[in-house]
Write a protein that binds this ligand. Structure first.
Ligand code: C2E
Ligand code: CA
Ligand code: CA
Length: 769
């Protein structure tokens, strides 16, 4: 095929010429009409009446000429479209030149023979006919400069001699006129041929440009998973490629019959999301604005796909939209991958519940919703004894327990949103249509799932939770605020003991603020060394002598004065500040111990968080070393609960190994295990002061109970071969009673009150009888 491709100038010239010839050939039928009229007029009116033989001869010549013209026309018709080949073009051109020569000869013969032989009336008609033939032919052939010019030149040059031979002034004038008209016609032909040429050239260039674009587009699509599309101003797809056919499930032919909007309308995924994605794009196109990587949700042959579409309007110089051009890509894989990533990023890998991040987003969105949807209730659950499970049975049991807890909670109520916030913390968000009178009732079913024990790898685990609840109407509260309130409520629930649920009240916020400022104060107090120790003596009930003295923490607050531990200890412990404070105090106690004579011991209180700190043992040894203290004279007081974990148990064994004594503080109020007491290197048990206080109670039953418990504590101590101390002795009666019960030691306001200076205190001691 004679494909122009990206041909050079010669190719273009060739093509223009071809088109010119073709155009000339196309007017052949119309030119033939003029010809036929001439033949009829000339034969019937001019030649036949006086010159029948000539008429017959001339018609005999004119008819084959007309036939030749018809052939030329037929060839031209057949040749376009497509375009004639170069060889054919040259052939048409030669035929056209030949035809023009033949026609001109016929006319010349007609004029030369008839003009001198007919009457003036017929002469007029003949001259007019000749003028008509000349003019009509020139116009008809004007697309090809050479053919048109040849037509005019041949006619003028062959007829002029005939005119001149007439030897009449009128014909002389006609000759001059004919030359002038001839010149004008040639100029006209040249002009028309040129403008035809220019127009053709512009058309060819435009077409080639389009072809180049097509070529590039095909090339692009061959090498990538993307496809290109183009529409006209009506939105019809003018470039629909194999690739688009492939991804859309339509053939290239049927695509060409569709507009882009129709195609997308048919492909839109039947979901809301799918329809909206298509609407947004068609909307943008209707408004004439481009889009970049617009995500379309489509359905092709029953399977879901995502396409990223970019499109730009093609604009004319005057801003009219000529159509659209764009790129499309099937991004299904990336989209599904992205969705999976999002899902993973929002899911807790252990329990498959929503994680904290998705929890926050969900809470944000319900709180952003309409108030008519109802009040939003949030509960945060925190397992009470999870740490013990983890520490004693190992992390894998702990993990499995969390999975089971998650399963039970998730099965609890269908429409609630459940998330794991981390560790052993879970959250439930619900928006009930008709909430119960007490918010606590709303979450009671979740607490109930903990009633039954969990069976994890053969262990029956009784787990309880503390729950903090908070609620808010949509539009009034931010998610962080609501979570903060539920946290405060949870804090309060925890403080109240295991398995408690509490709802947020505004006083919780106030207390939280106070706590926060207390923490800041405590931090300052550490650097300003505002902490000091008071000492309270412990007396041997037989000898009346002071055998030990308990160091008790005080805070010399710059504004509030001297504060007892009840004012700050809990916050110091919770904020982790008790560890540095305890460290400072331990050194102070050892320094004091170094100055004490008479073999008096110092008892020092240690809390759970201090024992838990990594470097407790190290610091203890350092303090003993630094002040050259005999470890036997230092006694650490720990509560039963603090001593109860496996970690503290082994730590206390190491403490005992150093020679430091160990006292069980507040005995009788925590969880005790006689077995543990037997295992542990305990030197003394200090019976909680609430029992001494109960001895004074007016109700005889509580007095009896207290006495019985104190008696059994004495028995236990004697069985274990350790000492037993009665705390909180405030009266002489109490003192007599505990002495009677067999206590070794006593401590209390009646015996000695806590005081900053131990040496003075020691001087005040009176032996007891
Ligand atoms: P605790 O270990 O039971 O200490 C005895 C508490 O009882 C002291 O209160 C003491 O002042 C008070 N007390 C003494 N005799 C009597 C009495 O006859 N009747 C009454 N009602 N109370 C009496 P304090 O000093 O306010 O200490 C309170 C708690 O703070 C201590 O209880 C102890 O658990 C903790 N604590 C004190 N100092 C320290 C310390 O340096 N470190 C740690 N971790 N905790 C400390
Ligand atoms: Ca104590
Ligand atoms: Ca105590």
């Amino acid at each position: 095929m004679d494909e122009p491709g990206v041909a050079g100038l010669e190719g273009i010239e060739d093509e223009i010429f071809g088109r010119q010839v073709l155009a000339a050939m196309k007017v052949a039928p119309r030119a033939n009409l003029a010809n036929a009229t001439n033949i009829i007029v000339v034969t019937l009116y001019i030649a036949l009446p006086g010159h029948p033989v000539f008429a017959l001869v001339w018609v005999g010549l004119a008819l084959p000429a007309a036939a030749l013209r018809a052939v030329v026309w037929w060839l031209g018709e057949r040749a376009s479209p497509p375009r004639p080949t170069a060889v054919l073009r040259r052939r048409y051109h030669r035929i056209s030149m030949l035809e023009v020569t033949l026609q001109a000869s016929l006319t010349a013969i007609l004029a030369a023979y008839l003009l001198p032989r007919i009457d003036p009336d017929r002469q007029v008609v003949l001259v007019a006919s000749i003028a008509g033939i000349l003019g009509a032919g020139a116009v008809a052939l004007s697309t090809v400069r050479s053919v048109g010019t040849l037509w005019v030149v041949l006619h003028v040059s062959t007829i002029a001699p005939t005119f001149l031979a007439m030897d009449r002034t009128a014909y002389d004038v006609l000759t001059v006129q004919m030359f002038v008209y001839g010149a004008v016609l040639v100029a006209g032909v040249v002009y028309l041929a040129d403008s035809f040429r220019r127009r053709t050239l512009a058309e060819i260039n435009a077409r080639r440009e389009h072809q180049v674009v097509e070529l590039l587009l095909d090339d692009f699509e061959d090498g990538s998973r993307d496809w290109l599309w183009e529409t006209d101003s009506q939105g019809a797809l003018t470039h629909a490629s194999e690739r688009l056919a492939e991804v859309s499930g339509y053939s290239v032919e049927s695509l060409r019959r569709l507009t882009m909007v129709e195609l997308l309308g048919r492909l839109a995924h039947p979901s809301d999301d799918g329809r909206r994605s298509v609407e947004l794009l068609t909307d943008a196109m209707a408004r004439g604005v481009g889009v970049r990587d617009h995500l379309l949700h489509v359905q092709v042959g029953g399977s879901e796909h995502w396409w990223a579409i970019s499109a730009k309007p093609r604009e004319a110089a005057d801003g009219r939209v000529l159509g659209w051009r764009g790129v499309g890509a099937d991004t299904t894989q990336a989209h599904i991958h992205g969705l999976e990533m999002v899902r993973l990023a929002e899911t807790d890998p252990l329990t498959a519940l929503a994680n904290r991040r998705r929890f926050q987003e969900s809470l944000d969105s319900v709180l952003d919703g309409e108030p008519s949807a109802g009040e939003v209730h949030l509960a945060i659950f925190d397992l009470d004894n999870f740490k013990v499970v983890n520490d004693t049975l190992g992390h894998s049991v702990g993990d499995e327990l969390l999975v089971q807890v998650a399963l039970r909670m998730a099965a609890c109520r269908e429409d609630d949103f459940i998330a794991r916030l981390g560790g052993d913390e879970f959250a439930v968000v619900t928006q009930p249509a008709s909430p119960p009178d007490f918010a606590e009732l709303l979450f009671a079913p979740y607490q109930d799932v903990f009633t039954e024990p969990f069976i994890v790898r053969g262990n029956r685990l009784h787990v309880t939770t503390s729950v903090g609840c908070a609620r808010a109407w949509p539009g009034t509260t931010r998610a962080e605020e609501l979570v903060g309130r539920a946290d405060l409520a949870l804090y309060a629930a925890k403080a109240a003991g295991p398995s408690r649920m509490s709802s947020y009240t505004s006083s919780m916020t106030m207390r939280a603020r106070e706590r926060a400022s207390l923490v800041a104060d405590l931090q300052r107090a550490i650097t300003r060394e505002e902490f000091l120790l008071y000492y309270q003596s412990q007396h041997d009930l037989r000898t009346g002598k002071v055998v030990a003295t308990e160091a008790l923490l005080r805070w010399q607050h710059p504004r509030r004065g001297l504060l007892p531990p009840s004012e700050f200890l809990e916050v110091a412990e919770a904020s982790g500040l008790l560890v540095p404070i305890g460290g400072l105090m331990l050194r102070q106690a050892c320094r004091k111990l170094a100055t004490l004579g008479g073999g008096v011991r110092v008892a020092f209180n240690v809390s759970h968080s201090e024992l838990d700190a990594n470097d407790f043992l190290e610091r203890l040894e350092q303090a003993l070393d630094e002040f050259g203290v005999d470890p036997q004279r230092l006694e650490l007081e720990v509560t039963e609960t603090a001593a109860g974990t496996p970690r503290s148990e082994s730590l206390l064994r190491e403490v005992a190994q150093l020679g430091v004594r160990i006292a069980i503080d507040d005995f009788g109020v925590g969880y005790s295990s006689l077995a543990r007491l037997q295992r542990m290197p305990v030197d003394v048990i200090k019976v909680d002061r609430s029992f001494a206080a109960a001895l004074r109670a007016s109700e005889p039953r509580s007095t009896d109970v207290a006495r019985a418990i104190m008696k059994s504590a004495v028995d236990i101590a004697s069985a274990l071969g350790i000492e037993v101390l009665a705390e909180g002795i405030e009266t002489a009666d109490q003192l007599a009673e505990v002495r009677g019960l067999g206590f070794d030691l006593a401590q209390g306001y009646f015996v000695a009150t806590p005081a900053p200076d131990l040496s003075r205190h020691l001087r005040l001691v009176e032996p007891l009888s």
